[in-house]
Design a protein around this ligand. Sequence first.
Ligand code: 3HC
Length: 574
Amino acid sequence: MSRFRKVGVVGLGTMGAGIAEVLARGELEVVGIEINEDALARGRGHLEASTGRAVKRSKLTGEAQREILGRITLSTDFQDVAGCDLVIEAVPERLELKRRVFAELDRVCRADAVLATNTSSLSVTEIAMTTNRPTAIVGVHFFNPAPVMKLVEVISTVLTDPEATAGVVALVEGLGKTPVSIGDRAGFVANRLLLPYLNQAVALYDSGHATREDIDAAMKLGTGLPMGPLTLSDMIGLDILLEAMEAIYTESRDLRHVPAPLLRRLVTAGLLGRKTGRGFYTYEKPGSAVVRDHAALPEAVEVERPLVGVVGSGDLAVGIIETCARAGAEVRFVAGDDTKVKAAWLALEDALEQSIAKGRIDELSKKAALERITGSPEIGRLVDCDLIIEAVAEDVSVKRSLFATIDDVAKAGAILVTTASAVPVIELAMATDRPAAVVGLHLPELPGKLAEVATTVVTSPEVAARAVALIGRLGLEVVRCRDRAGFIVDALRFPYLNDAARMLEAGYADADSIDAAMRLGCGYPAGPIAELDRLGLDRAVRVLRALYSEARQAALTPAPLLEEYLIAGRTLRS
Ligand code: 3HC
């Protein structure tokens, strides 16, 4: 049972109002403070809209809503928090402003009251040192939207009284949230992992690598995130993201953490995201749904379902063959010899059996899929194929000579596709006499919904459009990008996973806390440490090396911990 009965919240913007709602739902008496009557009215509006939405969705009765709102007293007078056991500050992220708020709180609050800050980018220690009671200052970092996200980071400085921390931890647990206790470091756990990834997505968009829609769709469909990075940045607020990145960069001095130039331009222009009606996307009105704006989407091309050729017999090749055949395409696969062809057949039957076990298909669909597939060691069998997908092991010289051979046998008009992840697509395109007809393909998850198609500097626009259309006929959502290491998904997810491995290595937080932070704070389907184990440390190291060799940024070198565990043949959680 928490010792806090009456809690003050200073600042009733998106986060402050969300926190006040959470506290009131937890049956605490709440005092909400704003600077003037207008701001107070906006705060009241946030509270009514959020609880009203829950009533509309039948998650809350009208009576319960009235009770919740009835527990919150709104005021513009700091004196009204004098009787609070705990006060949580949630004002804009300016140290000067926070300093003034804490000076006031110091003055009016009881000597035994605990004062907390919801800062996401400032140092809790620095805030604590502006008060006369640094031992009573903690960080209590909620996530947006506060009523939904389960994580609360509880930050202790080197001065914080353990009893103050314990009190806040108990309060957070009592509210049905999950506290993660950590030390004071820029970005704490979740923001330190999330925000650099968002910043990188902004830079990727700014570089013209892919459209904002494709970047967002890639991360949602490719990795199961609840929101794409640009949509999420708009929701968080671009000003908040900018300030937090500045703070993280100041501490890390890692060039990847320098705020993306586009972020600064948008903030300067007052385009702060959903709250102002425009950021990366345009909204009907502040806080509402996205409206279609200027973004020109490429025109769709009508095509027949392709005859697909696949070269390879490993897991990736088998996954691709299965995906294509299940989508109704005829597939010819070519493996090194008869034994490999047989092994691929067995793996295919096994994969289809697993799909039945998972309820994705039935026995009849399995039979039909198998009837669409033929396998052979003869590369000449690919002569009629419209789309020829190379999915052999990541050996550059093998891939190069294979592409030259495919070029010899493929019909005119066929599109040649590589799944290479450790070498640029253009290197393989140049091994053929038809570089304009070569594209890259990544399927970040198998089985999965997403296909990333990368075009090179010489891919013809007709080939690009046809490739997208043909791959779309294989039951996949297609996003387009340029020929850069990692395409979209791997370029964004592996640096983030590497950061998590480095955080674990540094001992800042343990694997459970890191994973909980990303699952419960940001709605990730799995935490990064579990994700590294699932994807494989060999894959992580391979992709990171490719990313490093392109960008030469030290932070992209695989964390030594990854290499160590890989050599030891262990997973991070074993
Ligand atoms: N306030 C209150 N409740 C809300 C809400 C809001 N603003 N937005 C959504 N909800 C509730 C809905 O009422 C619904 O509840 P129900 O299931 O009980 O009916 C539930 O959340 C799901 O909402 P929707 O069905 O409308 O929408 P989604 O399923 O798309 O979920 C989301 C919306 C929960 C926001 C989800 O997209 C998500 O988890 N996104 C990731 C959010 C994230 O990463 N947050 C962390 C940002 S970083 C941060 O805050 C730290 C800061 O320091 C920068």
